[in-house]
Design a protein around this ligand. Structure first.
Ligand code: IVH
Length: 599
């Protein structure tokens, strides 16, 4: 597989045209150009024999790549069989495997939640996913594919004479082709098209591109022009876009309060265009990072769109930043409610301990209602925002005081949807204690810790009145979680909330387990990654109801690991210890249930 030479601006592109006109004269003008997006993914080659997908390989160094046929079979855009009037014999289709931005972000969020390292950008994630040893892992990564070339031993065997026709043929055979391609006669048109793609189109795409590819349209002329040094074709060039780094002024460092009270600093920037998108904000992660990079308000900073989505500050440019402001410090009081902030001994995180802090409210309520917590269907982020703005809801308990009339008086509520929402709210009152504990957003208490606590103590009152030692001695619960729990129940705001929930009739107890003699009796199970149908708490419930025990870390005594999409370090650990790895379907088979498809 070939690679491409680069042109970094219009001039370099014009110099390329001059070179080929010198060789081919006005054949260049006769042919014209086919221009395409340059997809920033992982290049692959797909071999089809009589229309059937037989071999799939990565590009490797261009000559030798890795055979990853089984992995590529799981990519839904890769046709296992060409459709329509495809050629007999062997042809090879080349193209790019990529990961859409939205899926990439989801995947990384899941990795963060599972405590696994995130991928730096969609390209690395796509390339890494392709080289997985287990095709089941690749299958869980939402990879996509665009084709851009087809080759056969004999060019004359293929039913097209131009790159443009080639792309149309690929599409007709059922191979996805990237959008926004064009067939252009003159170089000025190419300049303009590339400029439009860079500044207008790029920011609207759900996948990464790092330039445009300009190709001589006529395949015959392509053949005549040939390849330089066996690697770069003369007939094509990558028109690279400006690097996705820009310099701008750091106007302010602000702090946002998350669900568990964690204070997250972010940068407000003098708006600047990066890769077709205007960037005004950038994440700053934590105070340590700001100090390590010595970022100060007023500095000129280099900003990069990481994975081309979440803007990040690379560094400040000190020579452009004189005179410099003072080093930045995290506020001593919560920017939302003024409560003095606290620092975790174990972490670099600083947080607001006030459970009733309005800054925590929105995020907290969204989490309370989410699928993995109280599971109130229909109570979306925007609806919660609206209810807060209308003054109808200030804490989780207020959700249960919403009435039909109040809701119907709001914008966007029709009778049917309102009734469905009220039913969902009512139903959620009987969720088990484990879900309520997790929904409360107690620091360090995720769904697993919530289950352990609920099963051990049985009722909310027992958890609330337990000492730090009692909690810390529950199997699987350590001192950090215990500290979070004790601090939570000491907080007056939390006590008030719990009194309100009790008055409303929210369930405070955990149903007895049907454990003994279950299909998984005596088994220790680790669940990692995102399962296709079950949320983490549901999967845990299912294992426990079958008598199994769910733990959070893999060891030799783990019976098996259930791995979903984006399983990372735990999966690797299981492999290295030789612990069995299964998927959700197999888990359900062992439990003796079928997974439900939608939940
Ligand atoms: S043509 C001339 N077309 O870019 C043959 N390549 O830097 C070379 N790429 O390894 C390939 N989008 O993986 C071509 N529309 C496109 C492309 C494209 C992305 C990648 C390809 C190649 C790299 C070269």
């Amino acid at each position: 597989m070939l690679s491409l030479g680069n042109a970094f601006d219009d001039e370099e592109l014009a110099a390329w045209e001059e070179r080929i006109v010198r060789l081919a004269g006005n054949d260049v003008e006769k042919s014209g150009y086919a221009v395409e997006l340059k997809i920033d993914g992982a290049a692959v080659s797909l071999t089809y024999d009589d229309g059937l997908f037989t071999i799939g390989a990565t590009r490797g160094n261009g000559t030798v790549g890795e055979v990853v046929t089984e992995n590529l079979r799981t990519v839904r855009d890769v046709p296992l069989k060409l459709v329509g009037d495809h050629p007999r014999g062997r042809i090879e289709i080349r193209g790019e495997v990529y990961l859409p931005f939205d899926r990439f972000e989801k995947m990384n969020e899941a990795r963060v939640q599972a405590g696994e390292p995130v991928f730096a950008n969609p390209r690395n994630a796509a390339a890494g996913s392709l080289r997985q040893l287990d095709p089941a892992v690749t299958a869980r990564r939402p990879l996509r594919f665009f084709g851009y070339s087809a080759v056969a031993e004999n060019l004359a065997d293929l039913p097209f004479r131009t790159q443009w026709e080639l792309l149309e043929q690929l599409a007709a055979w059922g191979v996805p082709v990237a959008p926004h391609r064009a067939r252009l006669k003159r170089l000025e048109q190419v300049h303009k098209w590339a400029h439009d793609i860079e500044h207008t189109v790029r920011g609207t795409l759900n996948f990464a591109i790092d330039g445009a590819v300009v190709k001589i349209d006529s395949l015959r002329l392509q053949d005549d022009l040939g390849v330089v040094g066996g690697r770069e074709p003369r007939w094509a060039i990558a028109r690279k876009f400006a690097p996705d780094i820009a310099e701008t002024k750091l106007l302010a460092i602000r702090v946002n309060v998350g669900r568990t009270g964690a204070l997250n600093p972010y940068a407000e920037l003098d708006p600047v265009e990066i890769g077709g998108v205007i960037v005004k904000l950038a994440t700053l992660h934590n105070e340590d990072l700001i100090q390590r990079k010595d970022l100060r308000v007023g500095d000129i900073v280099q900003v990069k769109r990481a994975g081309e989505v979440i803007p990040q500050i690379i560094a400040s440019v000190p020579e452009k930043s004189e005179p410099r402001g003072k080093p930045w410090r995290m506020p001593k009081a919560c920017p939302s409610c003024g409560t003095p902030v606290e620092r975790d001994e174990e972490e670099v995180a600083i947080y607001c301990p006030n459970v009733a802090c309005p800054g925590r409210q929105l995020e907290g309520l969204v989490y309370f209602a989410s699928r993995g917590a109280m599971d109130i269907r229909g109570l979306s982020y925007s609806r919660i925002e609206q209810l807060i703005n209308e003054g109808l809801v200030t804490d989780a308990a207020d959700i249960y005081s919403l009435t039909r009339n109040k809701l119907l008086s709001l914008e966007g509520y029709a009778e049917k949807g309102t009734d469905a929402l009220l039913t969902a709210i009512e139903t959620s009152k009987s969720q088990p204690l484990s879900r309520l504990l997790s929904a409360l957003g107690i620091r360090h208490v995720g769904s697993i810790a919530a289950q352990l606590l609920a099963r051990h103590f049985g009722t909310l009152d027992a958890v609330a009145s337990a000492s730090i030692d009692e909690i810390g001695s529950v199997r699987g619960v350590g001192p950090i979680i215990a500290d979070g729990v004790v601090k939570y129940f000491r907080n007056p705001g939390a006590r008030k909330l719990i009194a309100k929930l009790r008055a409303i009739g929210v369930n405070f107890s955990e149903p007895q387990q049907v454990a003994a003699g279950g299909a998984l009796a005596g088994k220790t199970v680790v669940i990692t990654g995102t399962l296709p149908n079950l949320t983490r708490p549901r999967a845990t419930e299912a294992v426990e109801q079958a008598g199994g025990r769910v733990t959070s870390s893999v060891s030799k005594s783990t019976s098996f690991v259930v791995a979903g999409e984006e399983a990372g370090s735990k999966l690797e650990k299981a492999r290295s210890l030789g612990v069995e790895v299964i998927d959700e379907a197999e888990l359900m088979r062992r439990i003796g249930e079928r997974s439900t498809g939608s939940d």
